[in-house]
Design a binder for this molecule. Structure first.
Ligand code: LLP
Length: 421
């Protein structure tokens, strides 16, 4: 459920008319609903309320400071994967004790910054990384809390580019080697083992792969405890999917997920951490765009929008489906037409949808891409020197620009022309 609804024939974000925002800031732009964001965080928090837990929002999904600040105010923890994301989380007021650091390639300077500013735990992805974290911590005279990310070799049944839990993926250490690696961690002077970490992929639409992975982690917890390791927390990763097309069967809800977590690891007396990104931010954001032209091609009509693949890359990159709806609600019963929905970038890949059946539109009309809040703005670029798409947040009857569109001068002046040219 989200707070983007039609009212008197116009799409609203909470109590603000989307068309009104479009008049004020020009298209294209991302628009987030504060209430939706917070609601989704609370759904997870409540779904795990049966025991000690921490919901660590995956910052990578949508990392605007206003979004992080809104979630921090709810008491969210954060899952970060770079020094930049760590700095963002801290700047949003999240204490280090609520930040977990994931990712396969943490550098020494990132590790040092996190140890300096405070960290809940590093999710370690390899033995070389484990040794480096120990070295850096020892050199600073501190001990780094760690969980080892295990790769449970389960099929997440999602898009290959976002599946991470199969043995052929680059993530984690094979679960079969976990005992060896934990023994090594316990022997390193700069580390303190606090738990186990697992994340098998993103946009999972069934609970079974999670359940298989979590059962393996539960077994491993008992094995490692028997060997003397203090497994106090389990970081179960993110990955719960969202319904992108309203016609599809909806993925399980956070409540179902929370009950499954209780079923699989609830008996262990551990603190549960989860790292949802998409489910918190995805349906909390839309991308608003204007039709530039309707072009009648051979056997097909193109809807040429002012948003492009550089603003929302998911369709080009993952063949992702996003609902595209008119901002002015179509008259009931109007005959629908099929469009190839494209952007102005000079690549055939700049196609959002082919043969998409929707109400007829004309140049100047506004459309909204739904479920664009996660992995939307964060994956945008300035390809074709198109200004980085701005971000807006609505809360009740107010809205604010939370990242302004750069001017052409801003973009040009970021470059430096050497004087010897
Ligand atoms: N934790 C870890 C270690 C992750 O790698 C990810 C996502 C998450 C949590 C959050 O997963 P979520 O709850 O959002 O599914 N750009 C792609 C998605 C990439 C996901 C990468 N890792 C897309 O647009 O679909």
């Amino acid at each position: 459920l989200d707070h983007f609804l039609y009212r008197d024939g116009q799409l609203f974000a909470e109590d603000v008319s989307v068309a009104e925002i479009a008049r004020a800031v020009e298209t294209p732009f991302y628009l987030y609903s504060h209430a939706t964001l917070v609601r989704h965080f609370r759904l997870f928090d409540e779904a795990l309320a049966w025991g000690p837990h921490m919901v660590c929002y995956a910052v990578k999904a949508a990392s605007n400071q206003a979004i992080l600040t809104a979630l921090a105010a709810e008491g969210a923890g954060m899952d970060v994967v770079s020094g930049g994301e760590y700095a963002r989380a801290k700047a949003a007021g999240v204490p280090g004790a609520r930040i977990v650091f994931s990712g396969v390639g943490k550098t020494r300077s990132e590790i040092r910054a996190a140890l300096d500013g405070g960290i809940r735990q590093f999710n370690v992805e390899s033995e070389p990384e484990m040794q480096v974290i120990s070295e850096v911590a020892t050199s600073m005279g501190v001990v780094a809390p760690i969980a080892v990310r295990v790769n449970p070799d389960v099929d997440a049944k999602t898009h290959a580019k976002i599946a991470t839990g199969k043995s052929e993926n680059k993530f984690g250490i094979p679960i079969a080697r976990a005992r060896e690696v934990y023994a090594e961690a316990a022997a390193l002077p700069g580390l303190k083992v606090v738990g186990i970490d697992v994340h098998i992929g993103s946009q999972l639409t069934q609970l079974e792969p999670f359940e298989m992975a979590y059962r393996k982690v539960a077994e491993l917890t008992e094995v490692l405890r028997a060997e003397g390791h203090a497994i106090e927390r389990l970081d179960l990763g993110g990955g719960l999917g969202i319904p992108y097309a309203r016609s599809n069967e909806a993925p399980p809800l956070p409540t179902d997920y929370g009950a499954m977590v209780q079923r699989t690891v609830g008996h262990l007396g551990v603190e549960v951490e989860i790292e949802p990104g998409r489910l918190i931010a995805g349906n909390a954001g839309i991308l608003v765009s204007r039709v530039i032209y309707v072009k009648n091609g051979e056997g097909r009509d193109f809807l040429i929008l002012d948003a492009a693949m550089n603003d929302l890359i998911r369709p080009a990159m993952y063949d992702a489906y996003h609902d595209i709806v008119p901002v002015a609600e179509a008259e009931p019963g109007i005959e629908q037409v099929a469009y190839d929905v494209v952007g102005p970038v000079c690549e055939t890949g700049d196609t959002f949808a082919k043969g998409r059946v929707m109400p007829p539109l004309a140049a100047g009309d506004l459309v909204a891409f739904r479920s664009a809040g996660a992995y939307g703005a964060v994956m945008s670029s300035e390809y074709n020197t198109r200004p980085l798409v701005p971000e807006i947040m609505a809360k009740n009857d107010q809205f604010a620009v939370i990242r302004a569109r750069p001017s052409f001068d801003d973009m040009i002046n970021r470059d430096t022309v050497p004087e010897w040219l």
